[in-house]
Design a protein around this ligand. Structure first.
Ligand code: UDX
Length: 436
């Protein structure tokens, strides 16, 4: 099938690349000339495992193209994906100007039937707004479809190629038929393509992310309570996760959820509810608790040093909001850096992928180390903010020989408590026994 993808951000690029992998002819469009030029020269602009291989293979085989020329892409395609940003506006509601602007441009270029698909996370009613733009500008038949993405950063290619489900919001039989054909290769193992109306599809995305954010937040609160009553959150997590109604996944406590989706989507759903005079209380608490959870590690550090960390030097392992990404949006590590520096401490940081983005954001506020062990030199304690595999089984002898004191504050519960006792560490993690 002939496809255009408007917007080559993280979602657009993964979507375009993965759609070309099953034999479709895909043109990706972006207004950023520099970015398009780089991609035309074979450069992948984001770090996402597995993307490189598919990107290069499909370019070589002539199925994946990049352009800044919207007219050319629209002429080429019957199916047009919009994967454009929907940043929170000043009032917390998603800003639709990119989407409605693109709809306006596309509506002036089409000469035959098109399916316009919205991949971005957008408020309920957006498909109707996009439809209205087309109705105002053209008589040519179009179907406007909601088709939210559920990709997780770090495993986005795998999630796209083998989705748990594909949600398609449209009432058009013609669009349903074409999109079933398009997605059929991705759901061969039997996962469903779920058809529904546009509004339910739009809400599904917000509800899914908000539910997951709530699940994590619930566990964060259970973890905080565990510390107070001398229980172990790992045991409680296993105890409840074995109940299939609860499930084992997304029950790992930590230093708050971050990333480009959960914080923004929870906020947007609360806002949408407010606008409809519905008080979505549980999500308001989720937002509040998550803000508080981001301070947990810093609170623990301050308590240990009796409120005075002026002149202390810390090593921070992990900057990205989660492993296998260079994304630092809403990353808890940023909060930790800000708070510790504000209290007069200094930091050396190490992250396998996220250091460039942090440096671009905060410059020389911290020292950047190219090596996880070299980063430990002269530090009073090691702090862990992201659960990269690299940090899971480190060389503790090496750590001991470099770190000034055997003190670890772990926001991701990476180490076995008995091992930490044996090695004589002070080890403070989340929802588990304090080892000292
Ligand atoms: C999320 C959704 O999973 C995805 O379906 C949607 O399309 C986009 O938002 P992503 O933001 O890439 O994906 O990351 P995810 O792996 O879901 O993690 C989100 C946050 O929750 C991270 O900050 C992570 O550290 C945190 N988390 C996750 C926990 O604290 N505990 C857990 O058990 C799981």
């Amino acid at each position: 099938m002939k496809i255009a993808v408007i917007g080559t951000g993280y979602v657009g690029l993964v979507t375009g690349t993965c759609l070309s992998e099953t034999g479709n002819d895909v043109i990706c469009v972006d207004i950023n000339e520099d970015k398009i030029k780089k991609m035309q020269n074979g450069e992948v602009p984001i770090y996402e495992p597995g993307l490189d291989l598919l990107f290069h293979r499909n370019i070589e085989q002539g199925r994946l193209h990049f352009t800044t020329n919207l007219a050319e892409a629209i002429k080429h395609a019957q199916i047009i994906f919009m994967a454009l940003p929907t940043p929170p506006g000043g009032d917390g509601a998603a800003d639709l100007s990119y989407i409605l602007g693109a709809a306006n441009d596309i509506s002036k270029l089409i000469t035959d039937y098109k399916i316009i698909i919205n991949k971005s996370t957008v408020p309920v009613g957006t498909a109707d707004k996009v439809k209205a733009v087309f109705e105002a500008n053209t008589n040519i038949e179009v179907d406007v479809v909601s088709n939210p993405e559920f990709l997780r950063e770090g495993v986005a290619v795998e999630d796209f190629m083998k989705p748990d489900r594909v949600v398609i919001g449209t009432k058009s039989e013609k669009a349903k038929k074409l999109l079933t054909e398009l997605y059929e290769p991705y759901v061969r193992q039997g996962n469903p393509i779920l058809f529904m109306d546009e509004r339910s599809s739009e809400l599904t995305k917000y509800a899914a992310n908000s539910f997951l954010a709530t699940k994590i937040t619930f566990m964060n609160e259970v973890a905080n309570l565990c510390e107070l009553v001398d229980a172990d959150v790992d045991a409680v997590r296993r105890g409840i996760g074995s109940d299939e109604r609860i499930g084992k996944r997304f029950l790992f406590p930590g230093i708050g959820y971050g990333g480009s989706c959960f914080p923004k989507d929870v906020q947007a759903l609360v806002k949408a509810a407010d606008e409809n005079e519905y008080d979505f209380q549980i999500l308001k608490s989720v937002m509040e608790v998550n803000e508080r959870q981001k301070t947990i590690l810093v609170d623990k550090i301050l308590k240990y040093y009796k409120g005075d960390i002026k002149g202390k030097h810390f090593t921070l392992w992990g900057l990205a909001f989660k492993p296998e990404t260079d994304d630092i949006r809403e990353a808890p590590a940023l909060y930790i850096i800000d708070a510790l520096v504000a209290h007069g401490a200094t930091l050396t940081v190490f992250d396998p992928e996220g250091m460039g983005n942090v440096k671009a954001l905060i410059g020389d506020k911290v020292i950047y180390s190219p090596d996880q062990y070299a980063a430990l030199a002269g530090a009073d304690a090691l702090l862990i903010a992201t659960e990269w595999s690299l940090f899971r089984n480190p060389d503790f002898e090496k750590i001991d020989s470099i770190l000034k004191n055997k003190v670890i504050f772990d926001g991701r519960n990476l180490y076995n408590l008995d091992k930490m006792i044996d090695m004589g560490y002070y080890y403070n993690s989340i929802g588990r026994k304090l080892i000292n």
